[in-house]
Write a protein that binds this ligand. Structure first.
Ligand code: FE2
Length: 211
């Protein structure tokens, strides 16, 4: 997400480019102990390899506007206030500042625009809300029924409307604010890969000094 008073959309392109020097002191992102960014780094390991991802991570940390603190909403606020110019965050946290929403705040909502990185290439990294059944689950059938319910159009509509997430079931209506963002190309990497790369992602972030 970017502050449209301080950044032109054409300055933005990829996650990789955010490690370039032009972004020095301009990025807000939350701490490396959060799984959202661990997954982003895990995806880069898969696409770029470990050593290039380590280099990227060092450059990115150099560009932080402040030591990471707060959740996704705090990063968006930092970009809106001019503390930073770009916030790496999940888009749905922006909807919370919209008129009539739980954290309504035009000073945050109005200057911020959403940019989906890597549209010319592999697509934007996507985090998911997922569920599964562990091997030792005592109520396996009921657990599977519950997951099937969560994947039904009616439960997906609840995700889409209450947390402004993109539904996994096609044709479930989007939150109207999300619908305005338009279509974008998603990175198609299997989330199991992100899990497998997670420990290495955490090591890379630590070595880069990402607090
Ligand atoms: Fe979240």
């Amino acid at each position: 997400m970017y502050n449209q008073n301080r950044v032109n959309e054409d300055e933005l392109s990829t996650y990789e480019a955010l490690a370039n020097q032009e972004w020095q002191n301009r990025l807000a992102v939350r701490s490396s102990n959060n799984v959202y960014n661990q997954s982003l780094v895990a995806s880069l390991i898969e696409h770029l390899g470990k050593s290039e991802t380590q280099e990227w991570c060092r450059g990115l940390v150099e560009n932080f506007a402040r030591p990471p603190r707060g959740g996704d909403m705090a990063q968006i606020k930092a970009a809106a206030s001019g503390m930073a110019d770009v916030a790496i965050a999940n888009y749905y946290y922006l909807t919370r500042f919209a008129p009539g929403r739980q954290a309504e705040n035009p000073e945050v909502f109005n200057p911020i625009e959403v940019f989906f990185p890597n549209q010319q290439g592999r697509g934007t990294h996507v985090n998911i809300s997922g569920g599964g059944v562990i091997k030792t689950a005592p109520n396996r059938d009921a657990a599977i029924q519950f997951l099937e319910y969560l994947a039904s159009p009616s439960a997906q509509a609840i995700f889409a409307q209450s947390n402004s997430e993109y539904p996994v079931v096609p044709n479930v209506p989007l939150d109207p604010i999300v619908a305005r963002l338009g279509d974008f190309k998603e990175d198609s990497l299997n989330v199991a890969v992100l899990g497998g790369n997670n420990p290495e992602a955490v090591r890379i972030m630590n070595r880069a000094g990402w607090q």
